[in-house]
Design a protein around this ligand. Structure first.
Ligand SMILES: [Zn+2]
Length: 182
């Protein structure tokens, strides 16, 4: 009889038990196991190694973690794949309900502690660690000529919201400018 495929259940742990035991768990996740990273544009080569160190903080499970690996995204300059190296740490406290403070410096994360999905937690932290606008280093990017000075062509600074607000307050003051732009 064929064995069932390796169940993702392997990634589900009881965080309360782990916290009391002070467990350290290491897992490796491929792109196939990171659906939200894929939704965010992650390509097949993505692979993340995550370490989770469990402890108790004020009676709740806390996780101090590390992420290492590559998220392969699309360079927003040349639209080719770019491997973004991840080397990040996180400190989260598993809580039952949303809270706005950061007890003990831990970032509160709403999760079912008795059935914590390590893949979900790792992916959550990977998404937070990703750059807003993934790009190659200028020297590695097809879209950047060696002598090119417009390495900052990507519109990272959008000044529209501010000027729009000003326009609202003083509707006619910038009319000339607006007309000129049309
Ligand atoms: Zn590029």
């Amino acid at each position: 009889m064929p064995r069932p495929p390796a169940a993702p259940v392997d990634n589900i742990v009881d965080a309360d038990v782990c916290a009391r035991a002070g467990s350290t768990i290491a897992r490796r996740f491929s792109a196939a196991e990171l659906p939200r990273l894929r939704e965010a544009g992650g390509h097949d080569g993505s692979a993340i190694e995550a370490h989770f160190q469990f402890s108790l903080f004020e009676g709740r499970p806390a996780v101090t973690g590390e992420l290492h690996g590559d998220a392969v995204l699309t360079c927003q300059r040349c639209m080719q794949p770019v491997a973004i190296e991840l080397d990040d740490t996180f400190q989260v406290l598993l809580v039952a309900e949303e809270r706005s403070d950061e007890p003990g410096g831990y970032e509160p994360v709403v999760a079912n502690a008795s059935r914590l999905d390590l893949g979900w937690l790792a992916e959550e932290q990977v998404l937070l660690a990703l750059p807003l606008v993934p790009m190659h280093e200028p020297g590695d990017c097809d879209a950047v000529e060696a002598s090119d000075e417009d390495a900052s062509t990507v519109e990272s600074e959008d000044e529209a919201p501010l000027s729009a607000g000003e326009t609202k307050q003083q509707p006619f003051r910038n009319l000339r400018d607006l007309l000129r732009k049309q």
